[in-house]
Design a protein around this ligand. Structure first.
Ligand code: AMP
Length: 365
């Protein structure tokens, strides 16, 4: 079985490694010079909308998938009569536009923060009046890791924010004083068989994921998140892995966004769950039954951003796994991650604290 993947970053790399375990081969399309996934399969160096490259991929592969959301949908749509493309483009289209995504959540009775579409300066004023400050303004398209968004804390910032939008369509969201950010991952195959992983809690700094802990010991929240995930998977006739990010406020959940792909907050599943998100993504897009997703102990994951300190390489050992994506260091760039698995949440938290301290001391973050 040959899997074609748009994007050869770290997610592609981890998909490629998981593919080997299933006896699958991966072929990637990516324009970058030395993409991480080059160590996990052949890379066709071309732009994501290069028609020849995509046609070659469709000829060579049994199924096509993608590792990031900002893939050109039109280019992928031209392949669907030649080869299956999963996750389905309907899920991708909605995820690419924050307004469509929010409306989908509304349609499925999945609660979201108060929001408003921003097309004019008056819309922005109305949103501030209605929600009160702070308000988060997010461009509808091409935002990720907190990019394309700004928090308005004072009315004096309104003019600058409106100007910075520069006619780009946006939404405004009420600021949520959440207790916790969580995410849930699910996988579904074309026959509708599903597997959902335990909920994880996530900490972001500057919009970028820093740490994940799983499983979250909260039955009420977990059951609710699982119901929302099932609704999304069924409604979208989904195939592959889907990640849903939510805010926890007391006992309720507000959906922030979903990603129609394997996700950074699911990296813990490689060592911390019976089956990783990467393996189940590959199984479900090839029509096979997803494997069990229960947690194996208590997992914690720390993203290594900007540099991988030597001291972190020394920590790596039994009960911990360092993943170095082989990327050239650059500020704010995700270069790798480290996962620890322990038999109690307290031991896991101690080890995470030690790792975070080492990262902070080494990088001054
Ligand atoms: P996003 O790109 O929408 O995932 O946002 C990145 C991060 O910004 C989230 O993980 C939150 O930490 C924060 N954030 C986004 N929207 C809100 C909101 N409405 N209220 C509070 N924090 C938010």
């Amino acid at each position: 079985m040959r899997i074609g993947i748009l994007g050869a970053g770290q997610l592609g790399q981890m998909l490629g490694f998981a593919a080997r375990g299933l006896g699958y081969e991966c072929c990637f399309v990516d324009p970058s010079d030395s993409p991480p996934a080059a160590s996990a399969g052949q890379v066709i160096r071309a732009a994501f909308d290069d028609e020849n490259a995509l046609a070659t991929l469709a000829e060579r592969c049994d199924v096509i998938t993608y590792e990031f959301e900002n893939v050109p949908v039109a280019a992928l749509a031209s392949l669907t009569d030649k080869v299956p493309v999963y996750p389905p483009l309907k899920a991708l289209r909605k995820a690419q536009d924050r307004l469509s995504e929010k409306r989908l959540f509304d349609e499925l009775d999945i609660p979201v923060p108060d929001y408003q579409s921003i097309d004019t300066r008056a819309d922005l004023d109305n949103a501030i009046n209605e929600f009160g400050l702070p308000v988060v303004v997010k461009t509808r398209r091409f935002g990720y890791d907190g990019k394309g968004q700004v928090v308005i804390r004072d009315a004096s910032e309104l003019d600058d924010v409106w100007r910075s939008l520069d006619s780009r369509a946006a939404i405004a969201e009420a600021w949520v004083n959440f207790d916790l950010e969580v995410s849930i991952l699910g996988a579904r195959n074309p026959r509708g068989e599903m597997a959902i992983w335990p909920l994880s809690s996530n900490e972001h700094v500057g919009g970028i994921l820093r740490t994940t802990r799983a499983p979250l010991d909260n039955d009420v929240i977990s059951a609710r998140a699982e119901t929302y995930m099932q609704r999304l998977l069924k409604h979208l006739d989904y195939v592959g892995v889907l990640a849903l990010e939510l805010f926890v406020v007391d006992d309720s959940l507000l959906a922030n966004e979903y990603a129609p792909r394997v996700h950074n907050s699911g990296h813990w599943t490689i060592e911390g769950a019976e089956t990783s998100q990467f393996t189940n993504h590959l199984l479900t897009i090839t029509g096979r039954t997803p494997r069990p997703t229960a947690a194996r102990g208590y997992a914690g994951m720390v993203n290594l951003i900007g540099s991988i300190p030597d001291a972190i390489r020394e920590i790596s050992g039994p009960g911990s796994a360092l993943h170095d994506y082989g990327k050239t260091p650059r500020p704010d760039r995700k270069l790798g991650h480290i996962t620890v698995v322990a038999d109690t949440a307290a031991k896991r938290d101690d080890r995470l604290a030690e790792i975070c301290k080492t990262v902070t001391q080494s990088t001054g973050d």
